[in-house]
Design a protein around this ligand. Structure first.
Ligand SMILES: NC(=O)c1ccc[n+]([C@@H]2O[C@H](COP(=O)([O-])OP(=O)(O)OC[C@H]3O[C@@H](n4cnc5c(N)ncnc54)[C@H](O)[C@@H]3O)[C@@H](O)[C@H]2O)c1
Length: 252
C-alpha cells in the first residue's frame, strides 16, 4: 500500500471528487480525516470507508470561515500521529454568468472566498503543522479553467490564483521537505451537475464535451483521485509547484 501509516486531511470530501479521493487514499492505507460543510454526506463517506476496512474520521467545516479552518487543523494536528497529507478540494462555481457586465460583487467574493481564500488559509495551516515534522504533501484543487473559461470569470480567476499560489508556496516550503502541487481537471462526471441541470441537459453537455476531447470522454472522479494519490504519495517526492491537467487531452 502506497500510503500506509500516513494521515490525510481532505476538504470537500462529501462531494463527487472529494469522496473518490478520500476513498482512494484510504484504500492505499491512509487514515483519512474527512471534512465538508455537508455533515451528512461526510458521515456517509466515513461509513463507506470504515465498511471497507479503512480508517476515517469526519468533521463539519465551513472553509469560508477562518475560525472553522483553525479548528479543522487543530483537530487534524491533535488527532493525527503526523500531518502528512492535505488535499484541498472544497470549492465550486458560485457565479457562472454569461457576460462580464453581470458580475455581482457579492457573488464574486463568495467565489473567491470559497475557492481561493480557503485554499490559501488551509495551506497556511497545513504548513504550520507540517514544518516541524519536516514532511508534507499538499495537493490543491484548481481546474482546467485556470487557463480561462467561458462564463467562468471569477471562478477561473480563483482557480488561476490557486495555480500561482501553489507555485509560490512550493518555492517557499521545499526546504522543509513539503511538496505543493495542484490538480486541473476538465469536466468531471459528478452528481452535482445532474442535480443542477437535470438529466437531459447534463447528458447532452457530457456527450457534447466528450466529443471535443481527444480521449472522447469526460473524466470520472476516479481519474482525478488517481492523480491526487500520485501527488500525495512518495512516488511524487521530487515533483513540486506543478499543475497536473486531468483533461483527456482537452486544450492541447
Ligand atoms: N466537477 C468538475 O467538472 C470539476 C472540474 C474542475 C475542478 N473541479 C473542482 O473540484 C472540486 C470538487 O468539485 P466536485 O465536482 O466534486 O463538486 P461537489 O459539489 O460534488 O463537491 C464540492 C464539495 O465542497 C463542499 N463545500 C462547498 N462549500 C463548502 C464550504 N464552504 N466549506 C466546506 N465544504 C464546502 C460541498 O458540500 C461538496 O461536498 C471543486 O473545487 C471544484 O471547483 C470540479
Amino acid at each position: 500500500m502506497r500510503l500506509s501509516e500516513k494521515n490525510a486531511l481532505v476538504t470537500g470530501s462529501a462531494g463527487g471528487i472529494g469522496r473518490a479521493v478520500a476513498k482512494c487514499l484510504a484504500a492505499e492505507g491512509a487514515r483519512v480525516f474527512l471534512s465538508d460543510i455537508d455533515g451528512e454526506g461526510c458521515l456517509a463517506v466515513m461509513e463507506e470507508i470504515l465498511g471497507q476496512g479503512g480508517a476515517a474520521e469526519a468533521k463539519i467545516v465551513d472553509v469560508t470561515r477562518e475560525e472553522d479552518i483553525g479548528e479543522l487543523f487543530s483537530w487534524f494536528g491533535s488527532s493525527a500521529t503526523r500531518p502528512d497529507i492535505v488535499v484541498n478540494i472544497a470549492g465550486g462555481d458560485m457565479e457562472p454568468v454569461a457576460d462580464v457586465e453581470a458580475i455581482d460583487p457579492e457573488k464574486m467574493s463568495m467565489n473567491l472566498d470559497l475557492n481561493l481564500k480557503s485554499c490559501i488559509l488551509c495551506c497556511r495551516e497545513a504548513v504550520r503543522l507540517m514544518r516541524p515534522a519536516r514532511y508534507g504533501r499538499i495537493v490543491n484543487m484548481s481546474s482546467l479553467v485556470y487557463r480561462g473559461g467561458p462564463m467562468q470569470f471569477t471562478y477561473s480567476a480563483a482557480k488561476g490564483g490557486i495555480f500561482s499560489f501553489t507555485r509560490s508556496l512550493a518555492m517557499a516550503v521545499g526546504k522543509d521537505n513539503i511538496t505543493v502541487n495542484a490538480l486541473a481537471p476538465a469536466l468531471v462526471d459528478v452528481p452535482v451537475f445532474e442535480r443542477m441541470l437535470g438529466a437531459q441537459r447534463w447528458s447532452a453537455l457530457k456527450s457534447g464535451t466528450a466529443a471535443r476531447y481527444p480521449l472522447q470522454r469526460i473524466a470520472s472522479p476516479q481519474d482525478v483521485a488517481k492523480a491526487a494519490l500520485f501527488l500525495a504519495s512518495d512516488d511524487a517526492a521530487f515533483i513540486t509547484g506543478q499543475i497536473l491537467e486531468i483533461s483527456g487531452g482537452a486544450r492541447l
